[in-house]
Design a protein around this ligand. Structure first.
Ligand code: SF4
Length: 325
């Protein structure tokens, strides 16, 4: 943290001395919310909820960010590593199906410390790492052995889009390398029966390993199963960007086939701060979304999630009111 290069911005600021770089955060942990969250993919949220911790700040700061209040650093409470470990254990006590760390890369060293402490005190939940994918591979290697499930975005292939909307023309190269590292670490997807996922401290981790085929069959029959290992890459379809979405899907299928899940999302919500980008100031139409989903099906996608119905509502964006912090 003395010359921070945790993410591809490589700001080289001394966060230990209170300096801040692009992410806007010193070395002090800041958290905006820690609560059970139901709006992730079914194998992440389950029926009990994902124990989601929203960290303040972001190394990407997309202009259309759905969590702009925390990405921009406006909300969040400073906490210690010990308090973060306690929060993890509190979420486990509340019955969470996993810990879900949202935009945590700029605090990766402190998170590893907090997970060590919480595990010594009985934390048994799978750990989900939820990221924009604008990450340094070295930082991800620091998390090896701490993270069970990676939940990365792949937002764009086109550098003009990533330059305009995320100030990162190198996004695709960086995110591609980061996702490769995540797949290397997490390997093939595995699932467990929800009631076996360790909410009780004495419950063994990964008591039962369920592979993808059995997962597909049993989840279609309505059985709640939780991902305990693997990678789900998310892609949010943006207005007017269906062609780039197809390039994202093609890339993921060519590189990883059925070794990962792909989640194609239609929940883009234009918020007031996007007004300077008029082309983004509308929802994605059903036709645009269907075009991307149909393309994925034509390309032979086997492991995927799609969203149905009206998900593009501000009410799906949680209150960053420091609940649970
Ligand atoms: S984590 Fe923050 S300070 Fe460090 S390189 Fe990334 S944006 Fe810069």
């Amino acid at each position: 943290m003395k010359s921070c290069k945790l993410c591809p911005r490589k700001c080289s600021v001394d966060r230990a001395k209170g300096e801040t770089g692009f992410c806007g955060q010193t070395e002090r942990l800041r958290v905006a919310r820690a609560a059970l969250h139901m709006w992730e993919e079914p194998c992440i949220s389950g029926t009990r909820g994902s124990g989601t911790v929203f960290f303040t700040g972001c190394g990407l700061k997309c202009v259309f960010c759905q969590n702009y209040a925390i990405a921009g650093g406006d909300v969040g409470k400073e906490i210690s590593v010990d308090r973060l470990a306690e929060i993890f254990l509190e979420l486990q006590e509340q019955g969470a199906d996993n810990l879900n760390l949202v935009t945590a890369g700029h605090f990766a060293p402190q998170i590893a410390q907090a997970l060590d402490r919480a595990r010594r005190q009985g934390l048994a939940l799978p750990v989900v790492y939820n990221t924009s994918s604008y990450e340094e591979v070295e930082t991800l290697r620091m998390l090896q052995g701490y993270v069970d499930v990676y939940l990365p975005d792949l937002k764009y292939v086109d550098s003009r889009l990533s330059g305009r909307y995320s100030h990162a023309p190198d996004y695709f190269a960086r995110a591609g390398a980061a996702i490769r590292e995540m797949v290397r670490q997490a390997g093939e997807p595995e699932f467990a029966v929800e009631s076996d996922v360790g909410s009780a401290p004495e419950a063994p981790r990964r008591e039962r390993k369920i592979g993808v085929e059995e997962y597909q069959r049993r989840s279609e029959a309505g059985e709640p199963l939780i991902m305990t290992k693997g990678v789900i890459v998310r892609h949010l379809v943006l207005p007017g960007c269906a062609e780039d979405s197809k390039r994202v899907i093609s890339y993921l299928l060519e590189e990883y086939g059925s070794r990962i899940f792909i989640s194609i999302m239609n929940q883009y919500t234009p918020l007031p701060h996007v007004a300077a980008y008029p082309e983004l100031n509308r929802k994605v139409t059903p036709k645009e979304y269907e075009e991307v989903v149909d393309f994925a099906l034509e390309q032979g996608i086997e492991n995927g999630f799609i969203q149905e119905g009206e998900t593009a509502k501000e009410s799906f964006i949680p209150d960053f009111d420091q609940s649970g912090v």
